[in-house]
Design a protein around this ligand. Structure first.
Ligand SMILES: [Zn+2]
Length: 113
């Protein structure tokens, strides 16, 4: 399951930070998720809860920020925002698009106690 491996890598990052910064528990994990990443926020929350049990991140809330994807439009010759794979260009409604970003997921901030 996609969300399960994401949760595990998030936990690894959080644990590295906990060691480096010396905090005992995490209250909020602020995440940026690309609109094209196919991450289901509900499934991610569920997996995150289960992998973090007994760790510094136990009980932490996920605050998910959706960031739009970016694609290059060959017709407009510029980068445009898209919400989903296969969306037409918002400028010219064309489909001559090449996805640039939007698949990424990263931890933006941790609120710790
Ligand atoms: Zn266009």
């Amino acid at each position: 399951m996609h969300e399960m491996s994401l949760s595990q890598s998030m936990l690894e990052i959080i644990q590295e930070h906990a060691v480096a910064d010396g905090f005992q528990s995490v209250k909020v994990v602020r995440l940026e998720i690309g609109a094209l990443s196919c991450v289901e926020p509900e499934a991610l929350g569920f997996c995150f809860d289960s992998v973090t049990r007994g760790t510094v991140a136990e009980g932490a809330a996920l605050d998910i920020i959706r960031v739009p994807g970016h694609a290059w439009c060959w017709t407009c010759s510029r980068i445009v925002d898209i919400e989903r794979h296969g969306d037409p260009c918002p400028g010219c409604c064309g489909h001559q698009m090449q996805t640039r970003t939007g698949n990424e997921m990263k931890i933006k901030e941790l609120e710790v106690a």
